[in-house]
Design a protein around this ligand. Structure first.
Ligand code: 5AD
Ligand code: SF4
Ligand code: FES
Length: 350
């Protein structure tokens, strides 16, 4: 096993075109081999993306959601959750303070709902753009015309994870939805000139090593600009409450292999990793990741945006998180970028 691993890592040093079997071999790495994998991914990150870490401030603008994803605490059927929706003014104020804290990218994230009309949301994008920031939208599935409207309003990027590349598992855990529809949204977004963010969860019940390799191959096939890879964390008020949490080790291996086969993508060290291990985010930054997405939502609403339980930073302010994360980045010998952090693959229009 060790021999096959070493040969595969050697192959990875020569080509980014790894087969599914190669990827599975890397993902099956034991403890010792994993260290070699992480070290190599870190080297690739340093070579292609440099030592700068990009910070993206997330504004969680609403926890209303019409979908019923089996893994997510915001699902429609979770009647225990108190719902909130920030007003246009509150979102704008959060954006303004984040910009004052030095953020150059803001992520507008919300559950899928119809509480903001596409036109109103476009106006908000236009106003926030005037603050001189890059905007990522993370607001689920919409029709082509809506995506077009928001792109024209100035949105730069869209984050819509494929969640799992197994089409059967996908429909099981996202009732009424198909992987095909998801990928259609991703294709539209690319066609419209958005920088595309995708990603998946690691450790979903029913997921196998085979599926995880498919996740990475799908990211590569979709030519994504960013991939958010985080552990599945069971939420008590969801149908998957019984599931086991995804592991730190497998998530780090997924991040590392993603870096190795896609040297030029942005790879966040996810908040979910920071939730399952106190040094999870630092470990991902040392295994290929180059982005962190701190929360810049008003503290009072954070508790209500628990997609998964015990999310970190629930009682912290945007200013506190900014200092906290900058300290962690400096301690790793890295620096916080002060540019927009656009995709290096993106040359203004595809
Ligand atoms: N554990 C980990 N990640 C989750 N997400 C949703 N629910 C969970 C969970 N229980 C992730 C999904 C989604 C993003 C908003 O949060 O990947 O895309
Ligand atoms: Fe809604 Fe997104 Fe949660 Fe699914 S994952 S229930 S679409 S917020
Ligand atoms: Fe929020 Fe550390 S990033 S407290």
């Amino acid at each position: 096993m060790e021999k096959i691993f070493a040969a595969t890592l050697d192959k990875a040093r020569k080509t980014t075109e790894l087969s599914k079997e190669d990827i599975k071999t890397l993902l099956a790495a034991g403890e010792k081999e994993s260290q070699a994998l992480f070290q190599y991914a870190d080297k690739v990150r340093a070579k292609y993306m440099g030592k700068e870490v990009h910070l993206r401030g997330i504004i969680e603008f609403s926890n209303y959601c019409k979908q019923n994803c089996h893994y997510c605490g915001l699902r429609y059927d979770n009647k225990k959750l108190k719902r909130y929706k920030l007003s246009y003014e509150e979102i704008y104020a959060a954006a303004k303070s984040a910009v004052q804290l030095g953020y150059r990218t803001l992520v507008l994230q919300g559950g899928e709902d119809n509480h903001y009309s596409p036109g109103d949301f476009a106006e908000l994008i236009k106003d926030i753009k005037k603050l001189d920031v890059a905007i990522t939208i993370s607001f689920g599935e919409h029709d082509y015309a809506t995506y077009k409207l928001w792109r024209e309003a100035g949105a730069d990027r869209y984050l819509i994870k494929h969640e799992t590349a197994d089409p059967v598992l996908y429909t099981q855990i996202r009732p009424g939805k198909t992987l095909e529809e998801r990928l259609q949204c991703q294709s539209w977004l690319k066609e419209l000139g958005y920088q595309l963010g995708s990603g998946c969860m690691v450790g979903l019940p029913g997921q196998t090593l085979d599926t995880l390799a498919d996740d990475l191959l799908l990211l590569k096939k979709m030519d994504v600009d960013m991939a958010g890879i985080g552990p599945f964390i069971p939420h008590p008020d969801t149908p998957l409450a019984w599931g086991e949490q995804g592991t730190l080790e497998m998530t780090l291996k997924m991040v590392a292999v993603a870096r190795i086969i896609m040297p030029l993508i942005h790879l966040p060290s996810t908040t979910a990793l920071g939730t399952i291990h106190p040094r999870g985010r630092e470990m991902a930054l040392a295994a290929g990741a180059n982005v962190v997405m701190p929360n810049v939502s008003p503290t009072e609403f954070r508790e209500l945006y628990q997609i998964y339980p015990n999310k970190i930073c629930l009682n912290d302010t945007p200013g506190h998180c900014r200092n906290c994360i900058s300290g962690k980045i400096a301690a790793l010998g890295r620096t916080v970028s002060n540019d927009y952090g656009h995709s290096p693959k993106f040359k203004g229009g595809r």
